[in-house]
Write a protein that binds this ligand. Structure first.
Ligand code: SAM
Length: 183
């Protein structure tokens, strides 16, 4: 079973970040997170996009908006969760990821416009994916692949309506709703 992982997106700006925040949520789901917490602007379009994909492609992934991320994170830590903050200033992910527990829930925090300094202090691990500024989606993908032990481990999604079968030269999609119609 995959570890219990939540991705927390800080400081979302509805107009400027709508695509990248959706991509962040989709990446979280595809690589094995179960929850997505959107902070900053309340943006129902992002939450609906994630719900639509989960509805079609399966899995137990849910998302919510939180207006007070620090409060949410402190409660998460009080309940025994580990906070992982992705930041170019942190410790190299290849070295530190093996030390992150897999038997307690983790919240993976990625920044937006401005990251409050307090995050660095409440994080159990400040983790870098290289020490250059780049993309939150790239940082999340590389960290999660390392933490989850690759992408393949998360590839089975329960109750999928649509399932993609890898194919060398075309698109193969199994529509399980058609299966149930014909049975
Ligand atoms: N412009 C923002 C600022 O000045 O604070 C940062 C934008 S950056 C694209 C957004 C987020 O991507 C960061 O908060 C961090 O979570 C993640 N990120 C970017 N580069 C990273 C790196 N090298 N390692 C880990 N995370 C990184």
């Amino acid at each position: 079973m995959l570890p219990d992982a939540t991705v927390v997106r800080l400081g979302h700006r509805q107009q400027r970040d709508k695509r990248i925040t959706s991509h962040l949520g989709l990446t979280a789901r595809a690589l094995g997170a179960q929850h997505f917490v959107l902070c900053g602007d309340q943006d129902q379009n992002v939450l609906d996009t994630l719900d639509d994909v989960t509805n079609n492609f399966g899995g137990n992934f849910n998302s919510e908006h939180q207006s007070k991320p620090m409060k949410w994170l402190k409660r998460f830590a009080n309940d025994g969760g580990q906070i992982i903050h992705l930041t170019m200033y942190g410790q190299p992910y290849e070295e530190i990821t093996p030390e992150i527990p897999k038997d307690s829930p983790i919240a993976i925090v990625v920044g937006g416009a401005k990251v409050p300094g307090e995050i660095y202090k409440i994080a159990n691990f400040n983790v870098s994916v290289g020490n250059q500024p780049h993309s939150e989606v790239a940082a999340l993908a590389l960290f999660m692949a390392e933490y989850m032990g690759g992408v393949a481990g998360s590839e089975h999604f329960s109750d999928a309506k649509l399932e993609i079968k890898p194919h060398p030269s075309g698109k193969v999609v199994i529509d399980h709703t058609e299966d149930s119609d014909t049975s």
